[in-house]
Write a protein that binds this ligand. Structure first.
Ligand code: CO
Ligand code: CO
Ligand code: CO
Length: 312
């Protein structure tokens, strides 16, 4: 929605604006000196889990992720709070903030403040500022034919969150999914930077294929995805089969549309998970073919063809 509204604005051009909102990238990047640029991002949402402490942790990991996805190092964080004052106990907000602070501390960044407004519905998130040497900036535009693709977290958090809301989720899975979403992309990003990643993005609301399409378009290449190699939360597939489908996945599928060619027969439930909107998802990384990595290869980059995405 924001992208549509922004499309009516002309991106202000400035010699130091390295990545602006016209780039469909994870964060804005602004050079402040020859060797340093600010990486700035903002993300907030309604609770996706019932536990306020874990909601805070997940919101923080999710917001920090956009800095990691550019290869940056998060430095400061500001909270954005919409709180139903009077209808909700203040200690809930204290727990959210405590969770967020724990995860921010884990990242090495510092929570420096924030702002709250009264609202009917609880929402929480953060604006993160990071730093990067502009020479080391990794956008989604650098993937090259011959690169291999990695995905660093299993897909399916959207569909599992839907199952949680419908009380269909066993406690053990809720704990596992909260831990996954609260896991920082810090180590994954450091590994990607170390092996010379050409392009990187985190997988969030547009789903795996939505973010893959952004990378394919920005890099002017085609991404060939091996559906059987994609890491998936096993229960998410079970929920898909049982019909726990999300509206978000439908929107994402519509958005990708004809840019996707399905070669062979990919199970429709797997396809649904490839479109599933993720919260605090993993990184999609394109690296040189010979880069040493423990991560599982999920596809390859080829020269641009009629379709930007192929699933085999
Ligand atoms: Co992102
Ligand atoms: Co984001
Ligand atoms: Co990026």
């Amino acid at each position: 929605m924001l992208a549509e509204a922004l499309s009516n604005l002309t991106q202000s051009s400035h010699p130091d604006l390295l990545v602006g909102f016209n780039k469909a990238d994870d964060a804005g990047v602004f050079r402040i000196s020859e060797n340093q640029a600010l990486v700035q991002t903002l993300d907030f949402f309604t609770p996706i889990v019932d536990d306020p402490f874990w909601f805070g942790k997940i919101a923080a990991a999710n917001a920090l992720s956009d800095v990691y996805a550019m290869g940056g190092r998060p430095v400061t964080a500001l909270s954005i709070v919409c709180f139903p004052e009077g209808d909700m106990e203040p200690k809930i907000l204290a727990q959210i903030l405590a969770g967020a602070e724990e995860t921010i501390n884990e990242s090495g960044a510092v929570l420096v403040g924030g702002h709250s407004v009264k609202d009917k519905e609880l929402k929480y998130g953060l604006s993160i500022t990071g730093l990067i040497d502009p020479k080391n900036l990794i956008t989604n535009a650098g993937a090259k034919a011959g690169d291999v693709l990695y995905l660093t977290k299993p897909l399916g958090t959207g569909i599992v969150s839907t199952a949680i809301k419908r009380d269909a989720c066993p406690e053990e899975l809720i704990v596992r999914i909260m831990q996954q979403m609260a896991t920082l992309n810090k180590d994954a990003a450091e590994e990607a930077v170390k092996i010379g990643a050409h392009a990187m993005t985190d997988v969030t609301g547009f789903g795996f294929l939505g973010h893959a399409l952004e990378m394919a378009k920005a890099s002017n290449v085609t991404l060939e995805i091996d559906a059987s190699a994609i890491p998936i939360i096993p229960e998410a597939l079970e929920f898909a089969k049982a019909g726990y489908l999300t509206g978000g996945a439908k929107d994402n599928q519509k958005h990708v549309g004809a840019a996707l060619e399905i070669v062979g027969n990919t199970d429709e439930n797997i396809l649904h998970i490839l479109f599933d909107p993720q919260t605090s998802g993993g990184l999609l990384v394109a690296t040189p073919d010979n880069a040493p990595s423990d991560m599982a290869v999920i596809g390859r980059v080829t020269k641009a063809s009629d379709e930007s995405l192929k699933i085999t």
